[in-house]
Design a protein around this ligand. Sequence first.
Ligand code: 7RM
Length: 629
Amino acid sequence: MRIKTFEEYQVAYKQSVDDPEGFWAEVAQQFQWRKPWKKVLSWDFHEANVKWFEGGVMNITENALDRHLAERGNQPAIIWEPNNPEDQAVSISYNVLYDRVCRFANVLKKHGVKKGDRVCIYLPMVPELTVAVLSCARIGAIHSVVFGGFSAKSIADRINDAACTMVITSDGAFRGSKVIPMKETVDAALDQCDTVKNVIVMTRTRTPVSMLKGRDHWWEEEVKHVDSNCPAEPMDAEDTLFILYTSGSTGKPKGVVHTCGGYMVYASYTFANVFQYQPGDIHFCTADIGWITGHSYIVYGPLCNGATSVVFEGIPTYPDAGRFWQIVERHKVNIIYTAPTAIRSLMSYGLDYVKKYDLSSLKTLGSVGEPINEEAWHWFKDNIGGGTCPLVDTWWQTENGGIMISPLAGITPEKPTFATLPLPGIQPVLVDENGKEIEGNGVSGNLCVKFPWPGIIRTTYGDHERCKQTYFSTYPGMYFTGDGCMRDEDGYYRITGRVDDVLNVSGHRIGTAEVENAINMHLGVVESAVVGYAHDIKGQGIYAYVITEEIPDDPDMFRKDIAATVSRIIGPIAKPDKVQFVTGLPKTRSGKIMRRILRKISEGDVNNLGDISTLLDPTVVEDIKKGAY
Ligand code: 7RM
């Protein structure tokens, strides 16, 4: 399963294309199955139907926990680094994690949670988050983790879409110097939800919270009164493991569905190979478990490989910009997997924060979430990796379950700013506007994948048609990623960014339509249009053009009010960086906003707007260029 040389990569890649079923069956055999599968793969991209390892029976927690107990029961599964560096880190062995998962799984059962039920998890980065996720998987309940930065309304939308019956949260969260309410936000969400029967509240900040009799229960009380034995629920490989909501170019976020068998195989295989994980390695992924990167490379991938995974509660700049490097030194981290936005931000604080710490334990560096610029790539490689650690720029998406295009650390070549080569099993293609495949090297196009892999999205929860429409209809017969991409003379891939109306702000996916809808809910707003613009740290910033009923008396205050509304409706991550008030928006005769023009204006490229003759009213462009008010 482990690729050790470039030649082995080439052989594996070829086999994965010539005989995908044979290739993946061999990989899958290395996991623990209760019953073998009957069919490795059946698929139809036109109907968006893909099944892997059908008929196979397993439970991912037996692979993430039980399987390791005999050999490494006392090895840390998780090292938890709290927000405050002066508080003791907590090491949780596989034995203890197993025990905590079984107990909490019994708590879920006691409250009536059964296989197939949906459970919303809204927690900070505490060990209980991993316990909650695995406990759901243990009993076959479907977890829907919602990132702790989302608003009450976003939580409610997600709970209602999936008809969750249980919520797991905490009283509050520590984040840098801030204490953030969690339960209070859940309470506000639950005013708009009626499927939720029970809420379990873990104590973190011990801030006062309302606890409703009959609905709300303290985590710590609950786990006292349950058995520590909880046999894993037998799951079909194609039973749903989790739902994770992600933004697209239209409408509300979609519930991406991943299933047990294929996801396990893909997350684990990619973890082992991309990072070249060795037994005993300490792996530190700085993402939040609320995003797919955390699901696959903090929880499932590392634990299914028996690794030690660092869970960090805080932020990179608290108490200062040396925090990541302090963690590396303190826990002798071997693999660090982070995002370009974090690297760029830390770069700006200078090297003193880096030099204070011993980073010699590091073996592998990883980057994910957005294109990494050349400067950040070299800074990371040279100053953190000492110029010698391999750096893997990993491209993938929530819908993919795991890494798709990336170097294998130290095995396949690197090229700054390039995700380089597809992993075995991944068949990328570039297509032109008409869906025609662009062959050869030294070309650019829209990135599609023409053959299924085990971690591919199965459906969008409750709305299969939407899955078909979003990913499989633009270029019939292929999965469309929404990304633009170039393939250079050597056949290496470089992802250039989204080609649809999805923004990537600090590695967070945000739909322009979502932000516009939130802005339009603000009192006095008539209409708005949102685009991304190049931002030094965030990668992209959010630029909003807003038409108001009246010229605001105090435009700056109005801007802040709009930001407050967006924060309230979506969450602070979606707040616009810039708001420009305008009297009109550039629209085509059919009423479509020409974002292309707005993007250029937001980047200051006003003399190069291209063809504006198709606009209903070309004069609005002049007004916007002037900066109306
Ligand atoms: C893992 C994750 C997916 C979008 C994707 C891209 C962008 C992610 C890279 C990247 C360039 C990379 N999932 N993206 N990784 N772009 N190079 N290495 O981020 O669903 O939240 O976002 O992120 O645009 O479509 S995600």
